[in-house]
Design a protein around this ligand. Structure first.
Ligand code: ADP
Ligand code: MG
Length: 139
């Protein structure tokens, strides 16, 4: 069933670089409503759980180390066609391929340290949002 919500995280590189405000501003100006938001930190283990789907990929261990290297800002976002529109707003995984003006084009530093996460389906948006937020933490 389609939903109008997606899930994102501002990743450690973008938090460390002081880009929480700029990225959040872009998200809101693109028409997304912030339904849940906090600053937190993953451990190697919880990063591994979040990225379990990538556990067979060669970059998995590095990814979990990177994602647990500093603070992150997870958010649940609401908008019509949220999952697809947010993937458009963030751009391609590799910032070298990300369209001009996208969040990854502007703020990512590498294919790994690519500034933000964006859910790839309605189903995963629900699973990923529930990983960080209880029902009572959503507005
Ligand atoms: P996306 O975040 O665009 O959905 P994936 O789901 O394929 O991309 O990968 C999850 C995350 O793993 C990426 O956002 C990035 O941080 C990292 N990653 C993906 N591909 C690579 C790679 N080839 N080398 C290192 N890290 C990667
Ligand atoms: Mg993905």
């Amino acid at each position: 069933m389609a939903t109008n919500r997606t899930f994102t995280m501002i990743k450690p590189d973008a938090v460390e670089a002081g880009n929480i405000g700029a990225i959040t501003k872009m998200i809101q100006e693109a028409g997304f409503r912030i339904v849940a938001m906090k600053m937190t930190k993953l451990s190697q283990e919880t990063a591994g759980q979040f990225y379990e789907v990538h556990s067979e990929r060669p970059f998995y261990n590095d990814l979990c180390t990177y994602m647990s290297s500093g603070a992150i800002v997870p958010m649940i976002l609401e908008k019509d066609n949220a999952v697809e529109d947010f993937r458009t707003l963030i751009g391609a995984t590799n910032p070298a391929d990300a369209a001009e003006g996208t969040i990854r084009n502007l703020f990512a530093t590498s294919i790994e340290a690519n500034a933000v996460h964006g859910s790839d389906s309605d189903e995963n948006a629900t699973i990923e949002g529930s990983f960080f937020f209880s029902e009572t933490e959503r507005y």
